[in-house]
Design a protein around this ligand. Structure first.
Ligand code: SGN
Ligand code: CA
Length: 524
């Protein structure tokens, strides 16, 4: 069994020295903490039983929350993969780290990132799974990444030794196998470590592990009250292309393959490509499972609301099945850490690159600054010495991870970092001046799903959003009275004083973070 990892190498920082002397060495507080950061893709709070028990059970993810922390107000700065990952690594908003969107941005690997700083300070750093920032990772001793979005079955990986290696099996299992193998066999056990486990699941098109295909088939999922949203007063919402009824593809998303002969559409062809990643045996099991469902579906010739609701149920089932393996594999990592006595000196984080719509507003996907996609699930297991437990309601954002990890290592956070260290929250300090608002800016338009560019501010109660580019529309929501953001009250004359104060807050955040484009669009 591996021994606990306590600091055995000299760290140079003065901050570390002073932090260490302030620790009670008699109380078994480790001299530094390891970090295990598990990040899913597109996994949303509505599909985690520690947040929401309407739809699924996630017993292993809940283990982290049960004896640790569950953040109720955790958000991203830009709800899309690459930008979210860049915010995470740099502790900066998208305009400041340069990675604004998935489609045109290039990650500047020469800039400061927390893994680089941890590594320089003597940590061993590793990342396994989805990278999605182009190029190959910088700042890691060990990495093994999926090219682009990667595949669910028999995925290829880019490794340090080879540009492309295919590994047979299901992607969530493989990413976990490789991560545990690194923990067990490949790292230097005399060093503290930071391991980032970045899953492909739950990304579109929700392909479950073969053994989990039959799950949830008898479930009828509760539909959100606003599934049939008419988008009144919300022009940008009306223009999106992420509707379950209109945009979710029967073949690619819902696996209702009818006849391969006549396939011409890009998504249908992509689906055949995905089936082509499976071995003949796997493909048979997969298509045998979906074939009778497709036959029944096409024989019923559903239309209108019946079709929309049928699509919703199938979407929820496929998402829930895919989630089973993710939750099981989180359990495997926790079991490993427990068996090897690492829980007492390791902070374990489970999160996702953003939230996701599970039929709210009639949608799948993310991107909008609305609640379901701006939220980022966050549960944390705290090691010894960090006292806070239970729900955390403070406003936190993905730019906060980098400074938190730097402070956990006893290092000093560089001035350029824009996020705020969560260490005072983790320690259970009384917080007198925590931030009262968050800034958001989404850039990926024109693009898939047609969500317009927008920026805005969110406080604990209100949200002000400005959609721009080929639109000029402001929205205001009172989240207390309208938690599902159905009523844009921006044009209500009674809201003028509130709008003025939120606008002032927005400008102040744009100044603070140096978003000159945002300031200009906002009239400054
Ligand atoms: C793919 C998906 C989109 C999704 C983006 C971004 N289309 O392009 O539905 O919004 O990824 O997702 S697909 O046809 O390729 O499945 S992200 O999580 O990587 O940002
Ligand atoms: Ca994502």
């Amino acid at each position: 069994m591996a021994s606990k990892t306590f600091l055995t190498i000299p760290l140079t920082s003065i901050a570390l020295a002073s932090w260490l002397t302030s620790c009670d060495r008699q109380s078994r507080v480790p001299e530094h903490y390891n970090i295990v950061f598990i990040m899913a893709d597109d996994h949303t709070q509505q599909m985690m039983s520690c947040y929401d028990d309407r739809h699924v059970k996630t017993p292993n993810i809940d283990r982290i929350a049960d004896d640790g922390l569950l953040f109720t107000n955790s958000f991203v700065a830009n709800s899309i993969s690459g930008p979210s990952r860049a915010c995470l690594l740099t502790g900066k908003h998208s305009h400041a780290n340069g990675f604004r969107d998935n489609t045109t941005s290039v990650f500047d690997g020469t800039q400061w990132t927390f893994p680089k700083m941890l590594r320089q300070a003597g940590y061993e750093t590793a990342i396994v799974g989805k990278w999605h920032l182009g190029g190959t990772p910088v700042g890691f001793d060990y990495w093994e990444i999926l090219p682009g979005q990667g595949d669910y079955y028999n995925p290829h990986f880019i490794t340090q030794a080879d540009s492309m290696v295919q590994k047979m099996g299901y992607v969530t299992d493989i990413i976990t196998d490789e991560s545990i193998d690194w923990l067990d066999n490949r790292r230097d056990k005399d060093k503290p470590f930071c391991l980032m486990i970045h899953h492909k699941a739950m990304h579109r098109n929700w392909m479950a592990a073969l053994d989990d295909l039959t799950l949830y088939e008898d479930s009828q999922f509760v539909m959100p009250d606003n599934f049939y949203d008419d988008y009144a007063g919300r022009e940008a919402a009306a223009g999106q292309e992420m509707s379950i009824a209109e945009d979710m593809n029967l073949t690619y998303d819902l696996k209702m393959l009818r006849d391969t002969a006549g396939i011409t559409g890009g998504l249908e062809r992509a689906y055949l490509g995905i089936l082509g990643t499976m071995t003949p045996d796997e493909r048979r099991r997969f298509t045998d499972f979906y074939a009778p469902i497709a036959e029944d579906f096409y024989s019923r010739r559903l239309t209108g609301r019946e079709l929309a609701e049928w699509k919703y149920q199938r979407y929820m089932r496929d998402y829930a099945k895919t989630l089973k393996s993710l939750d099981d594999n989180v359990g495997r990592v926790l079991d490993y850490l427990e068996r090897n006595g690492l829980m007492d000196n390791t902070i374990v984080i489970y999160t996702s690159d953003q939230g996701f719509y599970m039929g709210e507003h009639g949608w799948f996907d993310k991107r909008f600054m609305y609640e379901e996609s701006m939220h980022m699930p966050l549960v944390i297991h705290l090691p010894e010495g960090l006292k806070r437990r239970g729900r955390v309601d403070e406003l936190v954002q993905n730019i906060d991870f980098a400074p938190t990890f730097i402070e956990l290592a006893g290092l000093e956070v560089p001035d350029e970092v824009q996020g705020v260290s969560l260490l005072p929250i983790l320690r259970g300090d009384s917080l007198t001046d925590w931030r009262g608002s968050l800034y958001y800016h989404f850039y990926e338009y024109p693009a898939e799903h047609a969500v317009k560019r927008h920026y805005g501010v969110r406080t604990d109660r209100y949200k002000l959003i400005h959609f721009y580019n080929d639109i000029d529309a402001w929205e205001l929501y009172d989240l207390q009275n309208d938690p599902h953001e159905m009523h844009n009250i921006y044009d209500d004359p009674a809201m003028r004083p509130l709008i003025d104060s939120l606008r002032t807050e927005l400008v102040s955040l744009q100044h603070q973070y140096g978003d000159t484009l945002g300031l200009r669009l906002n009239g400054f």
